[in-house]
Design a protein around this ligand. Structure first.
Ligand SMILES: [Zn+2]
Ligand SMILES: [Zn+2]
Length: 256
């Protein structure tokens, strides 16, 4: 269960510039939207028609002609999947579900947090629709196939109770790991946010036990900020890397 040569696009959406990743199997056109938290119309226009602003980062075609030349079938969104339920990651899932009648997957330990998506957005001064309710739970320590896209599910609590990292399994590697706000390039997720279950020791333990054993060349897609790799963070991350010592620097990351 692995795919070859996935097409990944990243959109920094909303005021918190959250990374929404759109992952497509070039062989089948099956597409998964990870953390479709904001700017739903921008995502829809691009995924369906290559119209509008498009992604901020991509390893694939940027027009329908290029996609045809590459032999990629029309894209079909097969699932919405979330790393966690903070509103910047999940607030506009209901708008995407209106357009794509597919299932939405979230770890069940973030069910309560998800009920707060609208009120949290308002507290930050943003609008969001009535929160979505997840259709299916992410099941840790299994490989879940969304259409033809296989993701190994890693439960990594600490930033939120139900936070998960989603490892797209690629034939011959490198794998692509979507970590939400668990890990950043040079940082880790905040553990001080209200109603969330944040705990630095739990977060560090999640990273040490679930992420550091992964292949060094695994490409890490954080929920905010630049891409990195497991090998680079394991060696250099000042909070949880090999040189961090017990407890890391501060027990507090910089992004929500
Ligand atoms: Zn978060
Ligand atoms: Zn975030």
């Amino acid at each position: 269960m692995a795919i070859t040569n996935p097409w990944v696009e990243c959109f920094f959406v909303g005021a918190l510039q959250m990374r929404c990743s759109v992952v497509t199997d070039r062989e089948t056109g099956d597409t998964v939207i990870i953390d479709g938290g904001s700017e739903p119309q921008r995502l829809i226009n691009w995924i369906d028609r290559f119209e509008g602003r498009g992604p901020d980062w991509s390893n694939g075609p940027s027009t329908s002609e290029e996609a045809k030349l590459e032999g990629i079938p029309n894209r079909s969104v097969v699932a919405l999947v979330n790393t966690h339920a903070h509103f910047d990651h999940s607030g506009h899932i209901p708008d995407l579900l209106l357009h794509y009648p597919v299932k939405w997957y979230l770890h069940e330990d973030d069910t309560y947090l998800q009920t707060l998506a609208q009120s949290s957005a308002r507290r930050w001064g943003f609008n969001a629709p009535t929160p979505a309710v997840a259709d299916e739970p992410l099941v840790p320590l299994t490989t879940m196939e969304f259409g033809t896209l296989p993701f190994s599910i890693l439960h990594t609590p600490g930033h939120t109770l139900g936070g998960c990292c989603l490892n797209l399994l690629v034939e011959g590697g490198p794998n692509h790991l979507f970590v939400g706000d668990t890990l950043f390039a040079g940082s880790v997720g905040r553990t001080d946010l209200p109603d969330t279950g944040g705990d630095f020791d739990v977060l560090a333990s999640s990273i040490h036990t679930q992420l550091w054993p992964l292949e060094a060349d695994t490409i890490v897609y954080p929920g905010h900020g630049p891409l990195t790799t497991i090998g680079h963070e394991r060696a250099t991350n000042p909070f949880v890397g090999e040189g961090a010592g017990p407890g890391g620097m501060y027990g507090r990351g910089k992004y929500a």
